[in-house]
Write a protein that binds this ligand. Structure first.
Ligand SMILES: Nc1ncnc2c1ncn2[C@@H]1O[C@H](COP(=O)(O)OP(=O)(O)OP(=O)(O)O)[C@@H](O)[C@H]1O
Ligand SMILES: [Mg+2]
Length: 360
């Protein structure tokens, strides 16, 4: 027999405790949630220490925010986001994982939470503050804010809701905040992506995924420039110039930037500083061959050569059926397969991201 806790875990109902609980159900739910999560976690083989332990950054007073995006649906953004969050928590950082995939939130499945009782819907409907939403997970140090799972339409997330959310996220108390932003390149996705200290794209070694990544990066840069010009009273300038690009003979975002620099010399320093601070890290997920690994370096060179943008290749993760297994069994991958070769690959990517290094 099972009972569901607030966090959505299924926990066994123990008969002796059952008796006591009939007297105090609330107490039981609270007691059972914590002890069952701990029991479940302790059942797994401990994670073996690796070289990453000696290279961990110091904790800061304010949270470090990472966003995981990249354009194409199904590339593994949610999987990677949950894996990084679990690993950081196991490395003794406090972590809050936020599912900001508006329309298709499913991060809870990667954490073994079946039916999150609290979600961003409560924040969007102004029933709860953001600080009240993080739920415990089976992993110590890792808390989770479920996506907008309880609303019936994405209409609920209007612009002012999102702005409020962006203001509140950095105020959460945690060493790291990791945000799964979902697929696509709409304004909400791009704004969330740009909010982060570290912007990470997860792509697959296939043409469509790489094409989407390129589009995503272009759109993110365009959005960043648009936002940067707003405080200077040029609120719609970039949008308008781009709208009439044929008239101005602009073919791409680089022509647009050159046009701005020529016509508004003051814009040169703004553009340069925006590009300099536009750092994107990417990793290749679901790779199947050695050639796939090399693709990461090829993509990096292409970005430098054709776009003059330095994107950083953090590493690769192989395609493994264990990923689906861990979801089906309801355990986070980095707990269930903590010492597997895939976990090592994820750890290498995390190491490179933390140390601002690249795959060799
Ligand atoms: N390295 C991997 N090996 C095997 N399967 C994987 C791997 N990474 C992800 N998957 C599987 O691919 C599917 C999609 O993964 P995931 O949901 O993380 O993608 P996503 O990019 O978040 O998708 P969406 O854009 O729809 O949010 C899942 O079923 C997951 O189990
Ligand atoms: Mg996803």
């Amino acid at each position: 027999m099972f009972i569901k806790s607030d966090a959505g875990f299924k926990a066994p109902l123990i008969t002796t405790i059952d008796l006591a609980c009939s007297l105090n159900y609330d107490y039981f739910v609270r007691f059972n949630r914590i002890s069952s999560a701990e029991r479940r976690f302790k059942r797994f083989e401990p994670r073996k220490k690796t070289m990453i332990e000696g290279h961990l950054p110091e904790k800061k007073n304010s949270p470090i925010i990472w966003t995981i995006g990249g354009g194409k649906g199904g590339s593994g953004k949610t999987f990677v986001c949950s894996a990084f969050a679990t690993l950081l928590a196991r490395l003794d950082y406090t972590v809050i994982l936020i599912d900001l995939d508006i329309g298709a939130p499913n991060l809870h499945n990667f954490l073994g939470i079946q039916d999150p009782k609290k979600s961003l819907t409560l924040f969007f409907e102004r029933k709860k503050e953001l600080e009240e939403l993080p739920m415990p997970t089976v992993v110590p140090n890792l808390r989770f804010i479920a996506g907008d799972v309880h609303s019936l339409s994405t209409e609920g997330t209007r612009l002012y809701h999102r702005r409020k959310l962006y203001n509140h996220i950095p105020r959460l108390k945690s060493d790291y905040i990791l945000i799964d932003i979902g697929a696509g390149s709409d304004t909400h996705v791009l704004d969330t992506f740009l909010l982060a200290d570290k912007k990470i794209a997860v792509i697959n070694p296939e043409t469509i995924s790489m094409e989407n990544f390129y589009q995503f990066i272009k759109n993110a840069l365009f959005r960043k420039l648009t936002l940067a010009f707003r405080p200077y009273g040029f609120r719609d300038l970039i949008d308008q110039v781009w709208k009439f690009r044929e008239h101005y003979k602009l073919k791409n975002i680089w022509d647009l930037m050159n046009w701005l620099k020529t016509n508004f010399p003051f814009s040169q320093s703004i553009i340069e500083s925006e590009i300099a601070s536009f750092r994107i890290d990417f990793l290749l997920n679901q790779i199947r061959t050695r050639q796939d690994i090399e693709l990461g370096h090829i993509i990096k060179s292409a970005f430098i050569k054709f776009l003059d943008l330095d994107v950083r290749y953090a590493g690769h993760i192989e395609y493994k059926t264990e990923v689906a297994n861990s979801i089906a069994r309801g355990y986070p991958f980095m707990v269930h397969y903590a010492n597997s070769p895939s976990a090592q690959e994820i750890e290498t990517c995390l190491y490179n991201l933390i140390r601002e290094k690249e795959a060799l």
